[in-house]
Design a protein around this ligand. Sequence first.
Ligand SMILES: *Cc1c(COP(=O)(O)O)cnc(C)c1O
Length: 241
Amino acid sequence: MDGAQIGAALTAARSRIAAAEKAAGRAPGSVRLLLATKTVPPSLVRTALEADAERPFGTRPVLLGENRVQEAIVTAAELADLSPELHLIGPLQSNKVNQALRAVCCVETVASLDLAERLAARCEAGRVLDVMVQVNVSGEPTKAGVPPDEAMDLALAVGRLPALHLTGFMTVGAHSPDPAVVRSGYAALRAVRDAVVGSGAPGTSDAVELSMGMSGDLEAAVAEGATIVRLGSAVFGSRRP
Ligand SMILES: *Cc1c(COP(=O)(O)O)cnc(C)c1O
């Protein structure tokens, strides 16, 4: 893909998001676009960031999301001059915590108190790391995340760790051909978010983000309040090297 193709794909993705915002009666620009860059070579990610510089006035720059710490390190190093905001959106093993802390500004995949405590313990003095609690809204055994009924307790515990800044919740939607099933999972994540923020507990007042929705189902996610949609194939194509 060249710059013009990536630019066109980004424009198409942004219009799809705008149409979904409008259909849901939400403010234009309330949903942020995160580019899921797994297996995308850094040179192509660079092309995407350069194309994103031409985005419409008033829209926010894209976020980047990597699934693997190893790839996040490469992306962060090769694109350092563009200082992208890089999130980890895949599972984090405890032996990769230090590397993750060097590469990303947000870990969206905190699904245990153990991982939260390890991240907090490894933050250098004064650093506060943005994190989200990952919830498995579908109950599918292949998916990471805490069950919805455990998400509140985990979020409250994360909120009490001074080195972590709880910014919201993340999920991977149900793998279902039934749009109603997919959408009810996203509604469940929103309910978790509302309960946690509504609790008024320490460290929860900023936990407003809902990172949910991918290329196949972003409309359902935006309808249920997504604030970040994570798009890979819609921008980079489905057949990647
Ligand atoms: C791959 C991936 C995405 C993007 O999926 P597409 O269907 O390609 O848009 C989003 N989130 C996570 C966690 C992913 O692994």
